[in-house]
Design a protein around this ligand. Structure first.
Ligand SMILES: [Zn+2]
Length: 252
């Protein structure tokens, strides 16, 4: 007890004078650590907090930048939001898409969406609005890919080697949300149908949702992408019909 008292006295006597915060020039007091002795923080507590917050903001912005870059969203697709969707022709679909995006982080959202309707009904806009919302608000990875690019990339990966093909399939099968735009715009070959089915099947097993936009109905879709893939998609997704006089004409 006596020893401790003496130590405390010695500490107080050795206490260095106050210093100046290198950031805001206010006075900072030293603090004592038993095994080390007197220490000075380089900045005062308010500055420390400010700098930490700034750092966190930069990290978060970097994270957002990376997520957007890897998402496959580019150019005007990045500007598609709920706020600039002209939803007077399809208010229910708009609400459904918006609440899907907002509730996406809740554990009970595992279903996907299949937005079908004629060209120009705003399907791609809504799908991108969902993606942009989820990436920006929740920092969750979303992969957006046009059906034609998907086929092109599968072919390319297959031509490189099997490892590359598997890596590509794995990425599409594992990302938290996969969006395939304009599905069925072309008839796909047998091998591509198999790869495609593998991606969908893996996602179904893992309980990961998928959003599809297409302008052909589910029966015709079976002819283009294969019966089992089409029926699997139908079981994984809520079917949403979109109609509008011509969405793209109207937004111009
Ligand atoms: Zn300071």
């Amino acid at each position: 007890m006596k020893q401790l008292k003496e130590m405390t006295k010695a500490n107080i006597e050795n206490r260095p004078p106050s210093q100046i915060c290198t950031h805001c020039a206010s006075t900072i007091e030293p603090f004592f650590i038993e095994t080390i002795g007197w220490k000075f923080p380089s900045v005062c507590p308010p500055c420390d907090q400010e700098l930490t917050e700034k750092e966190q903001k930069i990290t978060s912005q970097k994270e957002l930048h990376d997520l957007l870059q890897k998402s496959g969203l580019k150019g005007k697709l990045l500007t598609h939001a709920f706020s600039n969707f002209k939803h007077s022709e399809s208010p229910q679909v708009f609400q459904l898409a918006k609440s899907y995006a907002i509730t996406f982080i809740t554990p009970d959202v595992h279903h996907g969406l299949m937005l079908f309707g004629k060209t120009g009904t705003g399907k791609t806009h809504l799908a991108c609005a969902i993606a942009n919302h989820i990436i920006n608000q929740n920092r969750i990875s979303v992969k957006f890919i046009k059906s034609i690019d998907l086929l092109f990339q599968i072919r390319r990966a297959m031509n490189i080697n099997t490892d590359e093909e598997l890596k590509f399939i794995e990425q599409l099968a594992n990302c938290p949300l996969l969006i395939i735009d304009d599905l069925g715009s072309e008839k796909i070959t047998d091998w591509a149908q198999q790869v495609f089915y593998k991606i969908i099947d893996d996602r179904d097993i893992l309980g990961k949702p998928i959003i599809i936009t297409t302008n052909i109905d589910i029966r015709d879709l079976a002819n283009r992408i294969g019966e089992r893939t089409a029926s699997r998609l139908a079981s994984m997704c809520k079917l949403v019909a979109m109609s509008s006089k011509d969405y793209r004409l109207k937004t111009k």
